[in-house]
Design a protein around this ligand. Structure first.
Ligand code: PLP
Length: 384
């Protein structure tokens, strides 16, 4: 029978220690989590500023529900584009310094919308090998030729660009690599995009709210401005604490995406409650210097606490601090040992990361305390 094949494939995944399990979170997103009846100290969320359960954001969500209801009722172009969506787009555009912004329901949807709207067959995409899955799928969906260069290897990228005869070219990169925590060299990428007349699409899922002046993101971190060829995508489910994403770019790009991005057009607009909550979290991001300073201190504390131990931290200056372990079974063993001590750190395995590079992905938040990071450090030192 057609479905019996799946049992074999699932058994294979289990043998390779590659079967994924989800745990049910029975508490709000925060540094203290309750999973399956266990209370744990959590290093597993991307809520980098601690806004997911912030009282002001919750109050804004409640107000938005009272004023605007729960659902948008239809897609943005068919009557579901509500005032809170519109205010949020305007605020986001002004915040990151773009002519216009366009909201999407998730970062995955934004990426799947942007790339196929800009390119098609016969065009060429140049993408970092460690880009997020949504960018890989976006490239495939576009049907453009997909050239992947080794991680952050811009010499190879330059060679690929110089050889390309494609009519339209697009460079696609994470700003902060989601499983490694390091940064793309955006200034050099922009120079290459200028030189070869390519688009540069920057996915700042993990930089928006955290990096740059007032949390404006990776472009601000590098003193770059959105320009006609630079398209910026930020997500709103990580540092912003809610869900969704936005694309910020020149007015004509946004107009074109509104006409052609299928994941924008053919889906119900996200709830106005989310937009209302995000209007509040955007203010907290803008005024969030203390949170960002605290986060930086936690990052330094964790890194210095693991020097001279067997744990190999990847070189990252961001809230994503991966501990490289290598094999799937050992990574799971360490994650399970931490879990047994009341600490939740997700084990990340292939295909999310390359074979042989399974890791623990420690994700820090401004809501963590130094004492909580010390608990993690003590547990890791004991395991080492
Ligand atoms: C780099 C990157 N881009 C896009 C996404 C997708 O964003 P979302 O979770 O909003 O779909 C993620 C995270 O999941 C990500 O890490």
């Amino acid at each position: 029978m057609i479905w019996e094949e799946l049992d074999k494939q699932l058994a294979q995944l289990a043998e390779q220690h590659a079967l994924r399990h989800r745990r049910t979170l029975a508490s709000p997103c925060g540094t203290e989590a309750e999973f399956d009846g266990h209370k744990l100290l959590s290093f597993g969320s991307n809520d980098y500023l601690g806004l997911a359960s912030d009282p002001a954001v919750i109050a804004a969500a409640r107000d938005a529900a009272s004023r605007w209801g729960v659902g948008a009722g239809s897609s943005h172009l068919v009557g579901g584009h509500m005032s809170p969506h519109d205010w949020l787009e305007q605020k986001l555009a002004a915040f990151v310094g773009a002519e216009r912004a366009l909201l999407f329901s998730t970062g995955m949807m934004a990426n799947l919308g942007i790339v196929p709207a800009l390119l098609g067959r016969g065009d060429a995409i140049f993408a970092d090998r460690l880009n997020h899955a949504s960018l890989i799928d976006a490239a495939l969906l576009s049907r453009a030729d997909h050239h992947r260069y080794p991680h952050n290897d811009l010499t190879t990228l330059e060679k690929l660009l110089s050889k390309s005869t494609a009519r339209r070219k697009l460079i696609l990169t994470d700003a902060v690599f989601s499983m490694d925590g390091d940064l793309a060299d955006l200034p050099r990428l922009l120079q290459l995009a200028d030189r070869f007349d390519a688009w540069l699409v920057v996915d700042d899922a993990h930089g928006f709210g955290v990096l740059g002046k007032n949390g404006r993101g990776a472009l601000s971190h590098f003193n770059l401005a959105i320009s006609p060829r630079l398209i910026y995508m930020g997500t709103l489910g990580k540092a912003a604490g809610a869900s969704g994403a936005f694309v910020a770019a020149g007015a004509n790009v946004i107009e074109w995406l509104m006409q052609r991005a299928r994941t924008y057009i053919f889906t119900t607009a996200s709830s106005p409650i989310i937009a209302g909550a995000l209007l509040a979290s955007l203010e907290l991001i803008e005024q969030g210097e203390d949170r960002r300073t605290n986060l930086q201190q936690l990052i330094s504390h964790l890194r210095s606490g693991l020097t001279n131990t067997r744990w190999k931290l990847l070189p990252s200056s961001t809230a994503i601090q991966p501990i490289l372990i290598g094999e799937n079974d050992e990574t799971l063993r360490v994650a399970d040992a931490l879990y047994a001590q009341g600490i939740w750190v997700p084990a990340i395995r292939p295909p999310t990361v390359p074979q042989g590079t399974a890791r623990l992905r420690v994700s820090l938040s401004a809501a963590h305390s130094i004492e909580q990071v010390d608990r993690l450090l003590d547990a890791l030192r004991n395991l080492a």
